[in-house]
Design a protein around this ligand. Structure first.
Ligand code: AP5
Ligand code: MG
Length: 235
C-alpha cells in the first residue's frame, strides 16, 4: 500500500457499487472515499438525471415527473445514460477504478450493466450495501440541502455549509431536492424495499456483496475504508 499526498493508492482496479435506501449516505460516503483513495472516479445516476433536468435535455424532460413522484425511471433509459457516461469517461475497460452510486437499482439494470461489462472482463468486483435504520434516514432528509451542478450534499446538523445556504466550493446557492418532501420520500423508500433490496441477493449469489451498517459516519466510514484497503490496496 503506497501513499502519495496523503491519498492511498490502489494496487488493483476497484469497480464498486454502493446500494442503500434513499438517504442512507451513498453520496456522502462516496465523497469521503474519493478524498481518501487515489485514482477512483465516481458516478451518481441521480446526479446525472438532476443535471439533465436542470439543463432541460430530452432525458431531463422524460425523467423530471418520474423523479418528482419518487418512482424509478425506465431500466433501458437509465442503463443507456450510465453507459454513455462510462464511455465518455473512458471507464469501460479493466484498468479504471470507479464507484457507481445508485445504478444498478433493479435486477433488470444489473443484467444490462453486466451485458456491457461482462465481455470486457470488467464486471463489478465489490457491491456494498449501506444499511442505516429508517428512522435515522428520515431525520437526515429533513435537513438535507444539495448543490445540483456538482451533486455535493450538505446536512444542517451533520455537515453544514461554511456559509449558510451556499456551496462551499462555488458559493452558489443550495437547494432542497423536490423529491425530499415526505410523501415522495415514502414512495422512494417503498421502491427501495420492493425492487432494490432483491438486488442484494443477485450480487450475493455472485460473491461480491458486502454489508456495512450503522447509524453514523463515525461507524460506517471506517468500515468502508478498511474494506476497500483490504480488498484493493494489497497485491
Ligand atoms: P438518487 O439521487 O440516487 O437518490 P436516492 O437513491 O433516493 O438516494 P439519495 O441521494 O436521496 O441519498 P444518499 O444515499 O445519496 O444519501 P446522502 O449522502 O445524500 O435518485 C433520485 C431519483 O432518481 C430516484 O428516486 C429515481 O427516480 C431516479 N433514479 C436514480 N437512479 C436510478 C436508477 N438506477 N434507476 C431508476 N431511477 C433512478 O445523505 C443523505 C443526508 O444525510 C444528507 O443530508 C447527508 O449530509 C446526511 N448524512 C449522510 N451520512 C450521514 C451520517 N453518517 N450521519 C449524519 N448525517 C448523514
Ligand atoms: Mg445521493
Amino acid at each position: 500500500m503506497k501513499t502519495a499526498n496523503r491519498l492511498i493508492s490502489l494496487a488493483k482496479p476497484a469497480r464498486m457499487l454502493l446500494i442503500g435506501a434513499p438517504g442512507a449516505g451513498k453520496g456522502t460516503q462516496t465523497e469521503r472515499i474519493l478524498n481518501k483513495f487515489a485514482g477512483i472516479g465516481a458516478l451518481s445516476s441521480g446526479d446525472i438525471l438532476r443535471r439533465n433536468i436542470s439543463q432541460k435535455t430530452q432525458i431531463g424532460v422524460q425523467a423530471e415527473s418520474i423523479i418528482k413522484s419518487g418512482k424509478l425511471v425506465d431500466d433501458e433509459l437509465i442503463a443507456s445514460v450510465v453507459k454513455s457516461e462510462l464511455e465518455s469517461k473512458s471507464w469501460l475497460n479493466q484498468k479504471n477504478s470507479w464507484i457507481l452510486d445508485g445504478f444498478p437499482r433493479t435486477e433488470g439494470q444489473a443484467v444490462l450493466l453486466h451485458e456491457t461489462l461482462g465481455p470486457l472482463n470488467a464486471d463489478l468486483n465489490m457491491v456494498i450495501h449501506l444499511k442505516v435504520p429508517e428512522d435515522i434516514i428520515l431525520e437526515r432528509i429533513e435537513n438535507r440541502y444539495v448543490h445540483i451542478p456538482s451533486g455535493r450534499v450538505y446536512n444542517l446538523t451533520f455537515n453544514p455549509p461554511k456559509v449558510s445556504g451556499r456551496d462551499d466550493i462555488t458559493g452558489e446557492p443550495l437547494s432542497k431536492r423536490p423529491d425530499d418532501i415526505p410523501a415522495v420520500f415514502k414512495q422512494r423508500l417503498d421502491s427501495f424495499r420492493d425492487v432494490t433490496e432483491p438486488l442484494l441477493e443477485f450480487y450475493d449469489k455472485r460473491g461480491v456483496l458486502k454489508v456495512v451498517s450503522g447509524i453514523s459516519s463515525d461507524i460506517i466510514y471506517p468500515q468502508l475504508e478498511k474494506l476497500i484497503a483490504e480488498s484493493f490496496c494489497q497485491n
